[in-house]
Design a protein around this ligand. Sequence first.
Ligand code: ASP
Length: 452
Amino acid sequence: MIVCKFGGTSVASATQIKKVADIVKSDPNRKIVVVSAPGKRTGDDVKVTDLLIDLADATLKDVAVDEKIEAVVARYRAIAEGLGLDEAICEVIKADLYERVKVDQTNTELFIDNIKASGEDNNAKLIAAYFSSIGMKARYESPLNSLVVNDLPERTYALPEAYDNLAKLADTDEIIVYPGFFGYTKDGTLRTFDRGGSDITGSIIAAAVRADMYENFTDVDCVFSANPKVVNCPVEIKEITYREMRELSYAGFSVFHDEALMPVFKVGVPVNIKNTNNPTAPGTRIVSKRASSGRPVTGISADNGFSILYVSKYLMNREVGFGRKLLHILEDEHISYEHTPSGLDDISVIMRSDQLTDDMEARILRRVKEELHADDVAFRHGFSMIVIVGEGMRHNTGLAARAAAAISKTGANIEMINQGSSEVSLVFGVMQMYENQILKALYDEFFTNVPV
Ligand code: ASP
C-alpha cells in the first residue's frame, strides 16, 4: 500500500490534476491520495489557501465577501471545466463557502481554520468526482470522526485514537481521496495544522495504515543539498535519513514540512519525495538508515528571521535556577525558543522574531532586570541560522574548524555555534546579511571539488 500526497502546485489546475490521475492509475498500490488546496499555477499566482485567509479576514472585518467568494469559486470552476466536470460541483462549493462565513466568530482562530480548510476539503471532493468520472473506483473521505486532533490552546496534533481510526482505511478496495491540512477535535470542531500541513496529514495516514511507502509529490525532482536559488546546481540527494531531513526542513528546506516526519519515523515508513511533473525520476528517499554517500555533510540550509535575547550576570553559573526563571519569563509570553548557548556569566536565547512584539520585548527586558537582577539584558534582531547536516559528521574530525574557516572568509562574525549531542548537525548563528555568501562558501568547502 502506498499513501501519496499531492501538494498545491500538483493540484493547481486541470492539467496538473490529470497528471495526478495518471500517476495514481499507474500503480495499483496507490490506494490513498491526500490532496492540498489548489496552489500557484504560475510564480505570481495566489494560492487558494491565501484567498481563503483573505476571505476569513474580510468576514471578520464585516467587509462584503461576495467578490472574495467568487475569486475562490473561479479557481475551482476553471479546474472543473478543464476536467469536464459538471458546473453543479462549483455551486456546491459556493454554497459551502457561504455556509462557512456564517459560522460563529467568537473564536477567530477556529473561524479562520474552518474557512482555510475548505481549500483542501472541496478540492478532495472535486478530485474524487473527477477520478470517478474517468472510471477510477474512488471516493472522498472526510477527516470528521477519523483524524481526531487536540483542543486549543496547544498547536494542532493528532491524538492517538486518530491512528486507530485511520488504520481502518487500509482495507479499502477503492481509491480514497483525503483532504490534507485539518482534523476535528473530539467535539467536532475543525482545526488546521500549520501552513503546509497536508504533508502532516499524509504522514499520519501513512503511519496509521503502516504503508509500505509515503510518496510526497511536489514540483521538484528531488531534495537538493543546498538551496538551488543560491547555490549553482547543488548535488541532488538520493537518500537521506529522517534525522537529517528533520534538521534540514527545520531551517529552510521547504520541500517537506518538518512536523510531517515524526509519524512515519516512529513506525519506519519510508518517504519518497517525487515530482508530479516528472514522476519517473527516482526522487529523494527518506529512510531510517542509509549507506554512506562518501561525504560527511548531506546538506546545508539557512533560515532567517531570528532574534537573540542576550542576558549577562556576574556569577550566573553559581545561581541555581537562573536558566529556568529566564525561560519561565518567555513561557509567560508564549514564546518558544530554538537554542540557548551560554557562557559562565551570560546566556543567549535564540527565538523566531515573528513571535515578538514591541510590548512583549519591553516586558521581558523589564522582568529580566527586575526579577533576575541581570547586569545587562538586550534584544538583538536580524539573525540567520545556518545548519550543516550529515550523519557522517559524527565520524569526522575538524568539520567545525573547516566550517568556521569558510565562514570567516566572508567577513561574517559567528555569533553562536551549537552542536546537538546527536552530532548530526552544526548550527551557526550569523547576521542575516551574510546568509547567502556563507551558504555558497560552505557549499564550496563541503561539496565543490570534494572527491566522493
Ligand atoms: N493549503 C495549505 C497551505 O497552503 C496546506 C498545504 O498545502 O499543505 O499551507
